[in-house]
Design a protein around this ligand. Structure first.
Ligand code: APR
Length: 233
């Protein structure tokens, strides 16, 4: 039995819920330019376009639900004897809706909004624009998506490093290994943890993992969690 299971998830875990990943066929970065919609510079240049991009993705959340992989991870946290922590690069709320509690959104959340002026953060599934007014300070045009854009510092790193250093099982699910620091977590964890990659194909950091399970997360995560709960891995 493991004492401290740390799970990193990427866009691949939400694909079977109907949320497009970023890279590969049909990925978000095929339809939009990262610089235009996922950088501070892009936001400064055209905040209306960025608000539209995130309003669309926020609206999309209303039409999707957690898939069996999200549900299996919530079940693992609930029933497993050791500690289970999910670190997600995803900004959707599917882990929460599946019941995961011990969760760190290192790239922010679609349903969280931040005021650039007073720093207030609040949850909302509404649409925002350059006309939106901050409920805390009353200023207009200062609200931005509470999302970590390229070039910005990911959230919760101060919690993540100790988690990786104390993990005895590290599972990476549905991430391509393109973006750091998340792609480097396996390098930290592999000194003290068994490392397992679950993906449709080998990620860019595949050779750093002790074990690979190839398949759709919705099927293989369920199987793997069942084995863990039976003490079988
Ligand atoms: N089951 C398992 N894995 C899948 C599935 C599936 N059904 N569908 C896709 N995948 C895998 C792909 O093989 C790929 O390796 O999910 C991964 C998705 O990779 P990306 O689209 O690059 O997403 P991710 O790794 O999460 O991107 C990291 O980059 O764009 C930024 O901030 C954004 O958080 C994101 C970060």
């Amino acid at each position: 039995m493991y004492k401290n299971i740390v799970i990193l998830t990427g866009a691949g875990i939400s694909v079977e819920s109907g949320i497009a990943a970023f890279r590969g066929g049909g990925g978000l970065w095929g339809d939009y330019k990262v610089d235009d919609v996922a950088t501070l510079n892009g936001y400064r240049k055209n905040p209306a376009l960025v608000h539209d991009f995130y309003n669309k993705r926020r609206r999309e959340l209303k039409d999707v639900s957690p898939n069996p992989a999200h549900i299996a991870l919530a079940e693992l946290e609930k029933s497993y004897s050791g500690r289970v922590t999910v670190i997600t690069q995803n900004v959707d709320d599917l882990h929460e809706r599946a019941g995961t509690k011990n969760l760190l959104h290192m790239h922010g959340e679609l349903l969280s909004i931040r005021c650039e002026d007073c720093g207030d953060r609040f949850k909302s599934d509404e649409e925002f624009s350059i006309e939106s007014i901050c409920p805390a300070c009353g200023k207009k045009g200062v609200l931005r998506p509470d999302i970590v854009w390229f070039g910005e510092v990911p959230m919760h790193l101060e919690k993540i490093e100790p988690l990786l250093l104390s993990a005895d099982l590290f599972i990476s699910i549905g991430t391509s290994g393109n973006v750091y620091p998340a792609a480097g977590f396996v390098r930290i964890a592999r000194n003290n943890a068994r490392t397992v990659e679950i993906n449709l194909e080998a990620s860019l950091t595949a050779d750093l993992f002790h074990e690979h399970i190839i398949g759709n997360a919705g099927a293989v995560v369920v199987e793997y969690v069942q084995k863990l709960l039976k003490g079988g891995v």
